[in-house]
Structure formats: structure tokens, C-alpha cells
Design a protein around this ligand. Structure first.
Ligand code: S3P
Length: 439
């Protein structure tokens, strides 16, 4: 993030109406996958729109340590010189995934079937996140993975040349688990099938198909048959819907606002927030703008509209799983009650997002009842105060959005982690009228 450093705080307060056009950085999920598949493909993959965030850079750095040459000729561009499915080499010391759950879980799948040992480590937040959800099915495929007590990182992935394909019914709706198994499936004998309780983002499936893998998939299920090499190509990463989400909510909330979010990835498995905000009365128009890297993209036009509370349908939860911090901010400022349920997964994200958002918004005067799998939020007014992001990037940005409608200044603690997913958020936000500065 521009100017951000560990221990950094923001001061956020109402600015003016939010006006203009914004292009947010590249999609985090797509960037992780592009550099991973590029690494094990044959030939050179050119990635444009690569997210220059700490999470995705950590993944690229790990692949370099595994012997892959990756050039960065310009910001957002990567040339990945693929080494083929069997070309990765042992790094010899632990591989640091930083804050990235996606990095660690997908790499666990990718490394489970290699003929060498790898150790995956992460920062304090990642070191508390559950890994059993990948260890268990990968072990069924024949992988040997040790973890710390309770299935937590670090992960020691033992050398194993060949895995066995499985037919796995995933107990949680998790694109990371599904993707880990499909990547491991490239190194298995026989097909690997994954079924999900609710369909999740299908970037791994789409990208594997684009790289020539033998895969078929439909919402909620995927089957990969190993044996074909992956072939390098071009990946144009669309703008990240989850980053656009902060602007969509802020412009909905701040009177007089009118913003256009340009060329945002609108894969339907990511855009649940649009449905939720519309239920709350938001005025957002989606203007399709073709495809980018095989993904639908659109300009999103948002105008201020008074928001009212809503019961968020549980079926929307997987399609907006990363957007709850900012949805909580919208709900705290809407008229009436918002109920979120079926979202217990929020408790095992970069922070316990139910507890941390409830804590942060309460400090600003919000009325929130925490529930094991969600919250009841009674909308009202917010005042200034000192709220903490607990080192969670999306909480920091969601609090900055809430502060645009507070009656006083909000000091948001511990915002350096915004750089994991949205470097430059503060500058971009200020540019369209946010009241936001580094403390
Ligand atoms: C992601 C999947 C989701 C999401 C995360 C990115 C991915 O996690 O929350 O930010 O890129 O596959 P889960 O698979 O844990 O739901």
C-alpha cells in the first residue's frame, strides 16, 4: 500500500461525495492461479493485470524458489517460464506464504505430489488458519503432510511421486480446497473429482481448461483427468470484484455519489454482494464490457441510494464470502435490521471477521448482535472513535468505508495488511473523494 508500514494507522472521516471513475487492481484469486499454472506449464506464460499485492507476490516468490524463472518487465506484468509438470525443484528451506490462505492451500495441493519435500509457513494470522480441510483429502490421495497441533501451519509436505485420484465430497464450500485437490490431481493416477455443498469460484477449473488440461466442470462439481501437459498461454487478469466492493458500498452510502468501477471481473461466483446490496435498495448498474482472460468483465455504475436492512439469503454467502466486512459496514448505516446467517466460515478468514467487525463497528456506535454463523445488525448512525482492523486487510478497508458516514474522525489501527490485496487503496480512495489519510 502506498506509504504503508507495519503498525500503520489511518484517519478516516467523511470526505465529499464520491465521484469519478476507478480501476481497481487485478484479481487476487486469478493472479495466484495464473502464476502457479504458468509455473508448471510448458512454455512461457505472459500475465497482465497481475495483482502487485503481498499475497500474490509471495506465491510468485515461492515458485521462483522452486526453480521457476519469473520476470516482471513492468508493474502488473509477469513472464513465467514454465518448467513443466515435473520441473519444480526443492527449495531447501521453508516457503513463506505470508498472509495468504489461497497461496498456502493451493500450493499444498501442487506440492503434495512432487518427488521432494517442502515446508509451507505463514505469518501470525495464516498460522492460525485451519489446514485440515486440505490435509485430510490430500492424505486420502496418498499425500503425507505434517502440520502443527490442531491442523495448523506450518505444513511439512513429504516427497511423494504419485498420488491416487479420489472422488471427494467437500464438507465446506471452499474454492481453495477444491483447487488444492484439482492441482494435486495433476499428479495422480486416475481422475480426481470434487463435489461442493454450494458452488464456489471456478477460476482453477477455467484456467486449467485454458491451459489444456483434461477437465470438465459445472457449478458445484469438477473432474480432472491427469496425463496431459499444461501449455503456456496469455492470462489477462480482470480487476478484482472484492476490491471494487469497497467503492460500491461507499458510493451507495455517501449522498451525492456517482462512481464507475471500470472493467471489473463479474464471474457470478463472486458477485453475490450486488444481489445483497440490491436487496438493500442500492442503485448499481452492470454494463457488460466483454471478456478478459476468459472471464466476464463489466463497468459497474453506482449512485447513492438510501439503504435499508435486509435478510441476506444464505445461498448468496459463498458468492460474497469476502464481502461481509463491507456488507456489515453498509448494514450498520442502513435503515432497519440486517440478518446474516450461514456464514460461520467468516470466523476462519484472515481474522474472525464476525467478531472483529462487530467489535470495530460497536466502537463507532453500531448495534450488532454476534451470532455463531453471522450477525444481526440494527442500522443507525455512527460516530468517530478508534477501531482496530486486527491486521485484516478487508476489515481495514470496510472500516474506512463506514467512516465516510461517521459523525467524527475514525482512527483505524493496524492497516498495513491492506497491501496484501489492495496496494494503493488509500490513494485511489482519496482520489474519488474519500476522507482518508495515513495517521
Ligand atoms: C479464495 C477462496 C475463498 C476466499 C479467498 C480466496 C480463492 O476462500 O475467501 O479470499 O482464491 O480460492 P475459501 O476457499 O476458504 O472459501
Amino acid at each position: 500500500m502506498s506509504g504503508a508500514a507495519p503498525g500503520l494507522d489511518w484517519i478516516a472521516a467523511p470526505g465529499g461525495p464520491l465521484l469519478g471513475r476507478v480501476r481497481v487492481p487485478g484479481d487476487k484469486s486469478v493472479s495466484h492461479r495464473a502464476v502457479m499454472l504458468g509455473a508448471i506449464a510448458e512454455g512461457r506464460t505472459r500475465i497482465t493485470g497481475f495483482l502487485e499485492g503481498e499475497d500474490t507476490r509471495a506465491t510468485a516468490a515461492i515458485l521462483q524458489r522452486l526453480g521457476v524463472r519469473i520476470e516482471a518487465p513492468a508493474g502488473g506484468e509477469r513472464l513465467v517460464h514454465g518448467v513443466g509438470l515435473r520441473g519444480l525443484r526443492p527449495a531447501g528451506s521453508p516457503l513463506d506464504c505470508g498472509n495468504a490462505g489461497t497461496g498456502m492451500r493451493l500450493l499444498a495441493g501442487l506440492l503434495a505430489g512432487q518427488g521432494f519435500e517442502s515446508v509451507l509457513v505463514g505469518d501470525a494470522s495464516l498460522s492460525k488458519r485451519p489446514m485440515r480441510r486440505v490435509i485430510e483429502p490430500l492424505s486420502r490421495m496418498g499425500a503425507v503432510i505434517d502440520s502443527a497441533e490442531g491442523g495448523l501451519p506450518p505444513l511439512r509436505i513429504h516427497a511423494k511421486n504419485v498420488l491416487q485420484g479420489i472422488d471427494y465430497e467437500c464438507p465446506v464450500a471452499s474454492a481453495q480446497v477444491k483447487s488444492a485437490l484439482l492441482l494435486a490431481g495433476l499428479y495422480a493416477e486416475g481422475p480426481t473429482s470434487v463435489r461442493e455443498p454450494h458452488p464456489t469460484r471456478d477460476y482453477t477449473e477455467r484456467m486449467l481448461a485454458a491451459f489444456g488440461a483434461d477437465i470438465d466442470f459445472a457449478p458445484g462439481r469438477a473432474t480432472l483427468r491427469p496425463g496431459r501437459p499444461l501449455l503456456a498461454g496469455e492470462v489477462e487478469v480482470p480487476a478484482d470484484f472484492s476490491s471494487a466492493a469497497f467503492f460500491l458500498v461507499a458510493a451507495s452510502l455517501v449522498p451525492g455519489s456517482q462512481l464507475v468501477l471500470e472493467r471489473v471481473g463479474v464471474n457470478p461466483r463472486r458477485t453475490g454482494l450486488l444481489d445483497a446490496l440490491r436487496l438493500m435498495g442500492a442503485d448499481i448498474r452492470v454494463r457488460p464490457a466483454g471478456e478478459q482472460g476468459g472471464e466476464p468483465v463489466a463497468d459497474l455504475e453506482v449512485r447513492h441510494a438510501p439503504l435499508r436492512g435486509a435478510r441476506i439469503p444464505e445461498a448468496l454467502v459463498p458468492d460474497m464470502i469476502d464481502e461481509f466486512p463491507v456488507l456489515f459496514a453498509a448494514a450498520a448505516l442502513a435503515e432497519g435490521e440486517t440478518v446474516v446467517s450461514g456464514a460461520a466460515e467468516l470466523r476462519v478468514k484472515e481474522s474472525d471477521r464476525i467478531a472483529v467487525m462487530a467489535e470495530g463497528l460497536r466502537v463507532l456506535g453500531a448495534d450488532i448482535e454476534e451470532r455463531p454463523d453471522g450477525a444481526l445488525i440494527r442500522g443507525g448512525r455512527l460516530h468517530g472513535g478508534r477501531a482496530d482492523s486486527r491486521g485484516d486487510h478487508r476489515i481495514a478497508m470496510a472500516l474506512a468505508v463506514a467512516a465516510q458516514c461517521a459523525s467524527g474522525e475514525v482512527r483505524i489501527g493496524d492497516v498495513a495488511n491492506v497491501a496484501t490485496s489492495f496496494p494503493g487503496f488509500d490513494g485511489l480512495a482519496r482520489g474519488v473523494g474519500f476522507g482518508l489519510r495515513i495517521a
